[in-house]
Write a protein that binds this ligand. Structure first.
Ligand SMILES: Cc1cc2nc3c(=O)[nH]c(=O)nc-3n(C[C@H](O)[C@H](O)[C@H](O)COP(=O)(O)OP(=O)(O)OC[C@H]3O[C@@H](n4cnc5c(N)ncnc54)[C@H](O)[C@@H]3O)c2cc1C
Length: 565
């Protein structure tokens, strides 16, 4: 369907946009320092060529194809190879390495683009009747292996792309609730809401290429979640198409009506049906939104400040602090500065920090955002800054915050750049109580370093704290190393070590990326064997034929021992 936008088939975002380091003087040195890769001499690999891919013929019988085409129209049901490739996987590092290596085990067979909920119902019923598999597709941006068909799947696999369900349906202005179709991409949704003076306030880093339905199905969190909540707070109601009918959960702020079906849909990754629309909390566009930058002398004081902010009465929309390594990396990705800017950042600021007795190797950058009417934003800033000051932090104004705001949606292109250079760059994130933030951080750093030793690679791991709550926060780790002969094998060693350190130190297997097949080996350790048994029972009873995205969230058989991955 030419009117539904997709990312490029082999990487993040759109063709022709990429990460460039030549205008950032600090970038090549930090890559050298971090992973021993010399960007000046490294030869980038060329992107894969579609014609070189080996894509097996689709497994789809004529009767099912005719039935699907009858429901959505000839143009909106396809077995075209490019469509099949785009819909087969998300954007995890494993996905990208495999697609670049022409090593995808199982492609989807058919892609359909229903135009409305009636057509979604028709597709669901036809797929169930044909004993095929159905995988809902939003923006294809997940990084947990939530989309790929299971290897060895013999049945026809149908990818149901929600891209045509992309409209704001209505707004209940008195309640601040909007009904929105689930296939809408972030920017298209905000454009429609903004035109009426509203915003959802949900801005994941993948905002440009992910959808409302995908956010709900993975329990997503946006960078302004401190103020607007995670999608699990925002999505109050939804419609979910299942065989023979739809679950209708009305948009109600809070309800005591038994175990929450709404909560069951959140994070279900397509296993309970197809979300066609949601009723979501929306907010009037704020008069002011300013992101300010601060520095702390070290990680411990940065974390303590975030903890105290969460326990206080202030409500910034972003509270984020980077560890010393991520701070160094952030500063190294700045463009060449000139004139007073150069003097202020490279001479004056370090001078002031040294005069305070700070060790420049330990400093941590922080971004805090204030959002609301002008008086509210001003008061919030004043209250926050009294806490920052108490912990010895130092404000450096809105300049770096403006840059952070501008760069935030470009950063994902960095991973493709590193892959071009033969290196891994990936992330893992976890939610934990405040008491576990520092112990978990230390344990993950140690586990990753041990894993880098194990694969014989110079590696780098850095972190920031973001998404604060009353009782805890999210730690978001980014790690990198130059590949050897076995990219996926090496990656698995490092990624597994980090995931294991999360569950061993009081953290969740993920704070907002979901489970898919990449985090499911640790689900039992996260929610207990009984928790997994209940979830298996739910999926088995509600989907006895295993039609809906089988194998995701909980492995269909007993999970492989996490440590042997
Ligand atoms: C560079 C990068 C940055 C990211 N940053 C963030 C971030 O800041 N915060 C965050 O939360 N996540 C982030 N992610 C992860 C990803 O964007 C989220 O998981 C997102 O919610 C996925 O949405 P999607 O529309 O792309 O879903 P998809 O990837 O298409 O699908 C994800 C899962 O949801 C199911 N699904 C999708 N739509 C529906 C539907 N309508 N009904 C039923 N099931 C459905 C799919 O079957 C699949 O199991 C990032 C990913 C990348 C690559």
């Amino acid at each position: 369907m030419s009117d539904v936008k997709h990312m490029k088939w082999w990487g993040w975002g759109v063709e022709g946009v990429g990460f460039h380091w030549q205008d950032k003087p600090g970038f090549a040195p930090i890559v050298m320092k971090a992973i021993g890769l010399d960007l000046h001499t490294a030869t980038p690999v060329q992107p894969p060529v579609f014609e070189d891919m080996t894509i097996p013929a689709p497994v789809a019988d004529a009767a099912l194809l005719a039935s699907l085409a009858g429901i959505v129209g000839e143009q909106a049901a396809t077995t075209d190879d490019m469509e099949r490739v785009v819909h087969t996987y998300g954007k995890s590092l494993r996905d990208l390495v495999r697609i670049r290596a022409n090593a995808v085990e199982r492609y989807v067979d058919v892609v359909v683009y229903p135009a409305d909920e009636t057509q979604v119902q028709g597709v669901v019923d036809a797929v169930v009747a044909a004993d095929a598999v159905l995988i809902p597709f939003g923006g294809g941006s997940n990084i947990a292996g939530s989309l790929e068909p299971m290897g060895g799947e013999k049945r026809t696999v149908v990818s149901l792309d929600l891209g045509r369900l992309n409209k704001l349906i209505s707004i209940d202005e008195k309640s601040g609730l909007a009904r929105i179709q689930a296939g809408v991409l972030g920017p298209d949704m905000e454009e429609q809401l903004n035109a009426k003076g509203w915003t959802l306030g949900h801005f994941p880093d993948s905002f440009t290429h992910s959808t409302l339905g995908g956010w709900i199905a993975t329990r997503s969190s946006g960078m302004q979640s401190d103020r607007f909540g995670d999608i699990s707070d925002i999505a109050r109601g939804m419609r979910v198409v299942r065989p023979g009918g739809a679950i209708a959960i009305r948009g109600i702020p809070s309800a005591s009506n038994g175990p929450s079906v709404r909560e069951m849909i959140l994070g279900s990754e397509g296993r309970l049906g197809v979300i066609t629309e949601a009723t979501v909390q929306v907010h009037r566009i704020a008069e002011k939104r300013d992101v300010y930058a601060y520095f702390f002398p070290n990680w411990k004081t940065g974390v303590e400040t975030m903890n105290e902010l969460a326990a206080s009465d202030v409500h910034p929309s972003i509270t984020r602090v980077s560890d010393p390594r991520e701070t160094e990396f952030t500063l190294a990705t700045s463009k060449e500065r000139h004139g007073f800017d150069k003097f202020a950042a490279e001479t004056m600021l370090p001078f002031l920090m040294r005069r305070k007795g700070w060790n420049l190797d330990d400093i941590c950058i922080s971004f805090i955002a204030y959002e609301g009417d002008a008086a509210y934003a001003k008061r919030q800033k004043k209250l926050v800054e009294s806490i920052v000051k108490k912990h010895g932090g130092m404000g450096v104004g809105a300049g770096p915050g403006v840059l952070y705001d501008q760069k935030k949606f470009d950063t994902p292109y960095l991973r493709d750049f590193l892959l071009d250079m033969g290196a891994a760059g990936d992330v893992s994130e976890s939610g934990m109580p405040w008491s576990q933030v520092v112990p978990l951080y230390d344990a993950v750093r140690a586990a990753a370093d041990k894993a880098f030793d194990e694969i014989g690679k110079q590696g780098w791991i850095m972190c920031h704290l973001s998404h604060s709550y009353h009782s805890g926060a999210c730690l978001y780790f980014t790690f990198s190393f130059a590949f050897g002969d076995d990219p996926i094998g090496e990656y698995d060693v490092v990624k597994s070590a980090i995931q294991q350190a999360f569950v061993d130190n009081g953290g969740s297997i993920s704070h907002h990326h979901g489970v898919g097949v990449e985090h499911s080996p640790w689900i039992e350790q996260d929610i207990s064997p009984e928790g997994v048994a209940v979830m298996r029972g739910l999926f088995a009873a509600s989907d006895p034929k295993g039609t809906f995205n089988p194998g995701k969230v909980v492995p269909d058989s007993a999970p492989a021992a996490a440590s042997t991955r």
